[in-house]
Design a protein around this ligand. Structure first.
Ligand code: FDA
Length: 310
């Protein structure tokens, strides 16, 4: 409960314009703990560095909801550029995309612009043998994101596109069941948005229990699972569950965020588990950075100390 109150407080405060202006002005140095750079070169360099430790990369151009079709198309072009640059650098074009950033919810010629742009992006990833994960955003977007994921999976194949389910939403168990026919590659997360109690579990113990349930169900159904968490107890339990059910190490992977628990990422990779770091980059780092701060009280101290140092 304390965790939830803390998270809610940070997300509410960080949504204030003056806080955003202040942190944007002074915070880039601090944000670099979680963000691999403002340009694509920095992100690709980060992937290459992690590769030397046996850790894979998941590139993410930072950006969230945009209201204009031009901006959405521009953002999608930048993602295409990222895929080209990764391919040219010999890095697998594995990336994450928020559909709101490429036009989801805006209609152009009778079609959803998010889907139009996602087709371009997933198509390009497929051409290079890559993979796109559709990040999951706040709850009003879940229906449309899952519908669009289904369309893309049918058009391009689940080896080239996946999506995310959040264990804090009451609806998620049903959503996972409803996707089983596709045998999708899913990333399971706890959920990072400020959601009302009518849709999301307020108690962390319930979110954690739901997380385990979702991962186990997806594994048992024979699907590839991205276990995206820094929670060591859950990671241990997943390893034991897989062992007990004869699920091989290549049927799932652990995913963590760039700059978070690097020690654990290295330890798992050294033990022969597949590990992938989510590597964000770009100029629009503030919302991503705020969510990371909201996840852990120690992170807010890190910010305050850094800002006081100037
Ligand atoms: P939990 O919050 O219980 O933390 C477990 C442990 O990890 C604690 O010891 C905690 O202190 C430490 N920890 C967690 N976050 C930390 C941080 N930022 N800094 C330092 N320590 C930290 N969410 C979403 O809604 N949609 C999405 O698409 C994604 N995508 C995504 C991809 C990947 C690869 C990851 C790892 C996470 C996401 N998330 C996400 C975010 C996710 O929903 C969740 O907010 C964070 O992963 C934090 O929750 P944990 O599972 O780590 O557990």
């Amino acid at each position: 409960m304390i965790d939830q109150i803390y998270r809610k407080a940070v997300l509410t405060v960080s949504g204030q314009k003056f806080v955003e202006d202040l942190v944007r002005k002074q915070g880039w140095g601090l944000a670099q703990r979680f963000v691999a750079g403002e340009e694509v070169d920095g992100a690709i360099a980060a992937v290459k560095e992690l590769q030397t430790e046996g850790i894979l990369g998941n590139l993410d151009l930072l950006g969230e909801f945009v209201a204009s079709p031009d901006k959405a198309n521009e953002f999608a072009d930048k993602v295409l550029h990222l895929l080209d640059a990764a391919h040219a650098a010999g890095v697998m074009p594995y990336a994450s995309v928020k559909l709101s950033a490429v036009g989801q919810g805006q209609t152009v010629d009778g079609q959803d612009l998010g889907l139009i742009n996602a087709r371009r992006i997933v198509g390009k990833a497929k051409e290079y043998g890559g993979f796109i994960c559709l990040d999951m955003e706040d709850h009003p977007r879940v229906d449309q994101t899952l519908e669009q994921f289904r369309i893309l999976a049918q058009e391009f194949g689940t080896q080239h596109v996946g999506t995310v389910l959040q264990s804090y939403l009451y609806r998620t168990e049903e959503d996972r069941n409803s996707l089983d026919d596709l045998h999708p590659n899913l990333r399971i997360v706890k959920g990072a948005y400020l959601e009302p109690e009518s849709v999301a579990m307020p108690d962390k113990a319930d979110v954690d229990a739901s997380y385990r349930k979702l991962v186990y169900a997806h594994m048992k159904a024979g699907n590839y699972v991205n276990v995206a968490t820094h929670d060591e107890n859950i990671i241990e339990d997943v390893k034991h569950f897989a062992l007990a059910h004869g699920i091989e190490k290549d049927a799932y992977e652990f995913q963590m965020l760039y700059g978070v628990r690097r020690d654990l990422q290295r330890e798992l990779a050294a033990a022969g588990y597949r590990v992938r770091a989510y590597i964000p980059y770009g100029r629009d780092w503030y919302p991503y950075f705020s969510r990371r701060i909201a996840e852990r009280p120690a992170n807010v101290m890190f910010i305050l100390k850094g800002m006081l140092k100037g």
